[in-house]
Design a protein around this ligand. Structure first.
Ligand SMILES: Nc1ncnc2c1ncn2[C@@H]1O[C@H](COP(=O)(O)OP(=O)(O)OP(=O)(O)O)[C@@H](O)[C@H]1O
Ligand SMILES: [Mg+2]
Length: 546
């Protein structure tokens, strides 16, 4: 078995306090020798006296010695625990001692290919201050000009003028493999911020929710916020394209550019990454739930500084996992006289309009169409994938035409773009993905639940699903399992749990019920199979079986 680690070393910033720190290098003898070189003193009597190009491979200040070409800061002879971004900030400031270096300049130097907020800069400066002990015991190195930038205010000494010193660009080249976003994420600002925050505190956080609700989109957006926070980067491992469970560790290895030659790669893989500080985005796990869970648990047990953000239609169900159930985009409630401006306050309608505009450049939501658009979003339960498909049909039917036809169109809804994965090309394909993962018993219960319109109690589900053939299944247990798998939603209100299938899911389940030929056992329209209709909770409606 061989593991060749070919990933370039990544350095980081933020989570300084979180990680066990390591150094891959030691100050070399050569560096120590340079300490004996003649030194040129730079005091700050003149503001902006640049040491850039002064020919110094090392710069001293206080008890510190900075070796930019080695990307090393020594306190005496001891390497200082400093992430690469904080180090880059230090180099940028020390290059122009006494000079105000603007925030924008620092941000574009430290994060050259990425758009990041100034909050990240603040965070790095705070880490740098901590590492230097700035402000403690009379030490003063950095000065903040509020709203403008920072300057290095301690005297510096540049060593060895004979060797020209060029500041090195940040050595960060492969810090993440997150896809670049082609379309804006709508209505998820708060949840993305919340997840990004939780990720830094939890070792394993799983975003769970139904097909197409936006788990991957939210996970990627949250991970984007953390770019720069991990020494060894952020790596998305998309399991959707993998069918063979044995290939799950391989998928991780290939994201990390590790070469594995072993029949049992997991232990070696964990050994290779155990000291790394990184975020793994284990995406689309549901169809490989067991190997994904095994990988997650091996990572949690085998490393101290790797965090995992997973997305799945069901939880991984391992020790230490925290789950975030992702809700749908909010749609306008039913109301009379809703106008376009009011409808557009809701993210589901914003998404609908945004996608309709992408296919019809003249599209603009009119007041007349606003109730129709709101109705479509409600009917689609605010599920982004379904809303995208519906919006793609507006050019054929118009908003009101589509609203009127939606019931017939629902399972057929399609419109995924050319590069969308196959399971995102139609609503049916998205749900097939989940349905095929169910056991036969779960499929039976799921199909039969299709006749329950709106929300229902467990008691109702048991009575209806049992049918006239009195199937001997633990229906309560299976309903719970369907909830875990995000095919049924459960809401606790007034102490009573009420279940529901999203309309798109129910329409899909109805087609499966019709195909199964089981409609008879539920009665010609389902009603006859309901043995205790007098106990039927108000609001429980039964659908006709197509
Ligand atoms: N908030 C949003 N704003 C705009 N588009 C969104 C949003 N959420 C999801 N989408 C779009 O909806 C589609 C489905 O999103 P995504 O792949 O994130 O869902 P998912 O929950 O991960 O699906 P699956 O269960 O199949 O893995 C994608 O085309 C995505 O771009
Ligand atoms: Mg996904």
């Amino acid at each position: 078995m061989t593991i060749a680690v070919s990933t370039p070393r990544q350095h980081s910033p933020l989570a300084e306090g979180l990680r066990p720190h390591r150094f891959d290098w030691r100050p070399s003898l050569e560096a120590e020798g340079q300490a004996e070189s003649p030194q040129t003193r730079h005091d700050f009597s003149k503001e902006g006296d640049p040491i850039k190009g002064s020919g110094a491979p090392a710069i001293s200040f206080g008890s510190f010695r900075l070796l930019p070409s080695r990307r090393l800061l020594l306190d005496g002879e001891t390497p200082v625990n400093l992430g690469s971004r904080a180090l880059e900030i230090l180099i940028a400031l020390v290059e122009r001692p006494g000079e105000l270096v603007g925030k924008k300049e620092l941000v574009s130097r430290v994060w050259p290919r990425t758009h990041v907020s100034e909050g990240n800069l603040k965070c790095q400066v705070a880490a740098l201050r901590r590492a230097l002990g700035d402000g403690r015991d009379g030490r003063r190195y950095l000065d903040t000009s509020p709203g403008q930038g920072y300057r290095f205010v301690a005297p510096v000494e540049a060593e060895n003028e004979a060797v020209p010193w060029q500041p090195q660009p940040a050595a960060l080249t492969h810090e993440h493999n997150l896809p670049s976003r082609t379309m804006p994420l709508i209505g998820r600002t708060d949840v993305v911020a919340k997840i990004a925050d939780r990720v830094t505190r939890e070792r394993l956080l799983t975003i769970v929710g139904p097909a197409g609700i936006g788990k991957t989109s939210v996970a990627v957006a949250a991970a984007e916020r953390l770019i720069g926070a991990y020494d060894d980067g952020i790596w998305q491992i998309d399991l959707a394209s993998i069918a063979d469970p044995r290939l799950v560790p391989t998928a991780l290895a290939s994201a990390l550019k590790l070469t594995i030659r072993s029949d049992n790669p997991l232990p070696s893989l964990i050994a290779a990454v155990k000291d790394r500080q990184m975020l793994l985005v284990l995406d689309n796990c549901e169809h490989l739930i067991e190997p994904a869970a095994a990988l997650a648990i091996a990572i949690l047990r085998g490393s101290r500084s790797i965090q995992v953000l997973a997305t799945s239609r069901e939880p991984l169900d391992v020790e230490g996992e925290r789950v975030h159930r992702l809700s749908a985009l909010e749609s306008p409630p039913e109301s009379i006289g809703l106008n376009a401006a009011e409808a557009l306050r809701f993210p589901a309608v914003q998404l609908f309009v945004e996608r309709a505009t992408a296919t019809m450049n003249e599209f603009e939501l009119s007041d007349n169409d606003a109730p129709g658009a709101a109705g479509i979003c409600r009917k689609l339960d605010g599920v982004p994938l379904a809303i995208e498909f519906a919006a793609a049909r507006v050019d054929t039917f118009g908003v009101r035409g589509l609203a009127a036809r939606l019931d017939d169109q629902m399972p057929l809804l399609s419109g995924g773009h050319r590069l969308a994965p196959p399971r995102h090309r139609t609503v049916s394909a998205a749900l097939d993905w989940s349905y095929q993962l169910l056991s036969q018993e779960e499929q039976t219960v799921f199909r039969r639940l299709a006749i329950l319109v709106g929300d229902f109690t467990l008691e109702t589900a048991i009575a209806v699903v049992a049918g006239s053939d009195r199937i001997s299944l633990d229906i309560a247990f299976i309903v719970e399992s369907l909830v875990m798998k995000s095919l049924v939603t459960a809401n606790v209100g007034d102490g009573e749990v009420r279940f529901r299938l999203f309309e798109t899911t129910r329409a899909y389940a109805l087609t499966k019920l019709a195909e199964s030929g089981e409609s008879d056992v539920l009665g010609s329209n389902g009603r006859q199979s309901f043995p205790c209709s007098e106990r039927r909770p108000s609001g429980t409606e039964l659908a006709s079986v197509v």
